[in-house]
Ligand binder design. Structure first.
Ligand SMILES: [Zn+2]
Length: 151
């Protein structure tokens, strides 16, 4: 078997292993992980965190939309979030199944994942945001920096 050449977009994406900030505020992330399970509260907290991050990285803002239901199963996926780069919109499905909201932690994880797509396009100016090793490494870094309470 011929080994395929590594995809251009993956190599580009893998050159950035961390996000471009030394310190990040703890407040917005904390608020999001402690806002309860209602879609409207999560939407507010998620939008606040997203606005904070966009300001921090000086990129265009991104709208967060939280659907008070689960991801439509007719698409056959189990995604909980979507990012629409041409609209600059993040959609997050609040529920794991028909009526059960996902945990605060997984909700926040979905937001950070979708935000990273936004960061890829508008901060890193990548022509495609792919799920590369670098992409997941940036999310880990972002999360670690958000989780750390500041003195
Ligand atoms: Zn993704």
């Amino acid at each position: 078997m011929v080994k395929k050449k590594k995809n251009y977009h993956y190599s580009k994406s893998d050159t950035h292993l961390t996000v471009d900030a030394d310190e990040l505020s703890y407040e917005e992330y904390y608020a999001l992980t402690h806002c309860g399970k209602k879609a409207e509260n999560r939407k507010k907290a998620a939008q606040a965190l997203c606005d904070y991050l966009c300001d921090k990285f000086q990129i265009t803002h991104c709208k967060v939309w939280v659907a008070d239901r689960m991801y439509p199963t007719r698409y056959g996926h189990t995604y909980m979030g979507l990012y629409w780069w041409w609209h600059k919109v993040i959609t997050i499905y609040n529920n794991m199944d028909f009526m059960t909201p996902c945990t605060n932690r997984s909700f926040a994880d979905v937001l950070l994942h979708e935000f990273m797509h936004h960061y890829d396009y508008y901060y890193l100016n990548l022509s495609e945001s792919v799920h590369s090793k670098g992409f997941y490494s940036r999310i880990r870094d972002l999360k670690a920096k958000l989780k750390k309470p500041k003195k």
